[in-house]
Write a new protein. Structure first.
Length: 201
């Protein structure tokens, strides 16, 4: 199956998931920018999230029992209430904060090198590239923010919960700022490259 055919199939899936509201709103424009490029398409993404788990968050993902998942900024007071409610119901939780992530496919090694150079110029350090059997490359772009920790009801007094809510809110805000900076830098670099290409004709 050719690159263009695979891209078309993923674009159909992407547009369907977008119409159903499955794609995080604050990363949609970045995905559209990437997917409008001839030599790339995205396969999955997340704009950053907070999740509460009933079991440890490492190991087999299929064993995770998620009781709450949020992809947006949350006010500290609401976080305190959520933590209190979930701990009261389950007595023990794992809290996980994940940064934004984008999985994309590059047509070939030249396309892979081009986008890695752009990401480097944007200050994105957590990037992985893996060759696939069909000559394409899988590229994973991530922000560095990630934390996971256990929390038990018998040690979680109101003062601790308020402190955790403050730090969680601060970190989620940092993730969203990272995403905005990445979007701005990536868009500006693309614009500059297109102008240079046009002037070289």
């Amino acid at each position: 199956m050719s690159f263009n055919v695979r891209k078309e199939k993923f674009m159909i899936r992407f547009l369907r998931e977008l119409s159903l509201g499955y794609v995080d709103e604050d990363i949609v424009d970045t995905l559209l920018t990437i997917n409008n490029l001839e030599d790339y398409y995205t396969t999955s993404s997340c704009s950053g999230r907070l999740s509460f788990h009933l079991r440890e968050v490492y190991g087999n993902k299929k064993s995770h029992e998620i009781v709450l998942k949020l992809h947006r900024d949350v006010e500290e007071e609401k976080l305190v209430k959520l933590l209190t409610q979930k701990l009261s119901s389950h007595n023990y939780l794992w809290i996980k904060i994940s940064g934004f992530i984008v999985h994309l496919i590059a047509r070939d090694i030249n396309s892979m090198n081009k986008i890695l150079n752009m990401l480097q110029q944007c200050g994105i350090k957590d990037v992985a590239a893996k060759p696939l059997n069909n000559g394409t490359w899988l590229i994973v772009i991530k922000s560095p923010h990630i934390i996971s920790m256990p929390l038990a009801l018998d040690v979680a007094d109101f003062k601790l919960l308020r402190y955790l809510a403050k730090e969680i809110s601060r970190m989620i805000n940092a993730i969203k700022i990272d995403l905005k900076i990445f979007k701005l830098c990536f868009t500006e670099l693309l614009s500059a490259m297109r102008k240079l290409s046009y002037n070289d004709r």
